[in-house]
Design a protein around this ligand. Sequence first.
Ligand SMILES: [Zn+2]
Length: 398
Amino acid sequence: MALDVTSGPMKGKLVIRNVGLMLSGDLAQPILDADTLVAVDGKIEAVGRAKDVDTSAAKQIIDAHGCALAPGLIDSHVHPVFGDWTPRQTQLNWIDSFMHGGVTTMVSAGEVHLPGRPKDIVGLKALAITAQRAFDAFRPGGVKVLAGAPVIEKGMVEDDFRELAAAGVGLLGEVGLGSVKAGAEARQMVAWARKHGIQSTIHTGGPSIPGSGLIDKDVVLEADADVIGHINGGHTSLPEGHVCELCERSTRAIELVHNGNERVALAAMKVARELGQLHRVILGTDSPAGSGVQPLGILRMMALLSGLGGLSGAEAICLATGNTARIRNLAGGLLEAGRPADFVFLDKAQHSAGKDTLECLEVGDLPGVGMVVIDGIIRAGRSRNTPPAERVPEVVGH
Ligand SMILES: [Zn+2]
């Protein structure tokens, strides 16, 4: 189960019935009036009430037994290397463990932990293209890992970005982790990347590990990357006032990470909410990192923002799904027709003080994961990592 070569989506019809709470992933309408979902060939076909949806001729039926159904969670910020191995903490099967935390898609912010990572321009391009290809062909635990995120270095020219884009690279690794640390220089390269359809993320805050550097608010504003990466630091944050200023003065995505400053994550979320711009807030773990890997990191961010920050449980789900998908240009993240059949079944954790999945988050607990589905294929039943869900779904027919 841990290692999985991509085998394509489920063939045929999947029916999920008796969903107790349908969580859309869309901040505009986080809860749908629906108890049934139908997917065909790994894509959602219909979401609605059982009487209104064609559930005939199902190849597989899952009875949710009243659990909540949400889009698979998305981790906006990871540092994979190759396969399901991380040299950062010498750990195996970390991506599969994240899948047990409800994560079905991850976005690389740079394969920076590769031992001997090349820093010359041809080498960094070759690594990015190789990583993109490798994770496209190989999905640990079924998780979709968007990798191949080059760390830009001094001396790159527009043709380098054109070449990367033509080769299938769609992301930049964190700007600032390489030799490009000045605002004007970063701004030029970010603009070249954007012109050729490559999305950029900037490292924000103090150095992560010995050897990396500070990126302050003025550099973040000048570089104007698409995503203000770990705006709450990775781990060391800019002063809270500077982070709030970034939220106010920039229109770019506000990424909050687990391996960052929690106090500042709460402050940034609150500013975004006051500005009426919660749609800009996305969640990541920034793992593997010095503090390890966190299979439940996205759930923990949701519980932090909800339990301590006052966000509703339903809104917290949207930050980790629909928001990230929209900003990262991903097909998933929403329960609506045409989207990939990537799901997480949730229920309140056994003995949580919260009475249901959402209240569980609102009192600061992690909900339990009862099943994970990717492209219509069941990848895990009851999670080995979350607290046990009170109810779990069951396969009832083929
Ligand atoms: Zn960083």
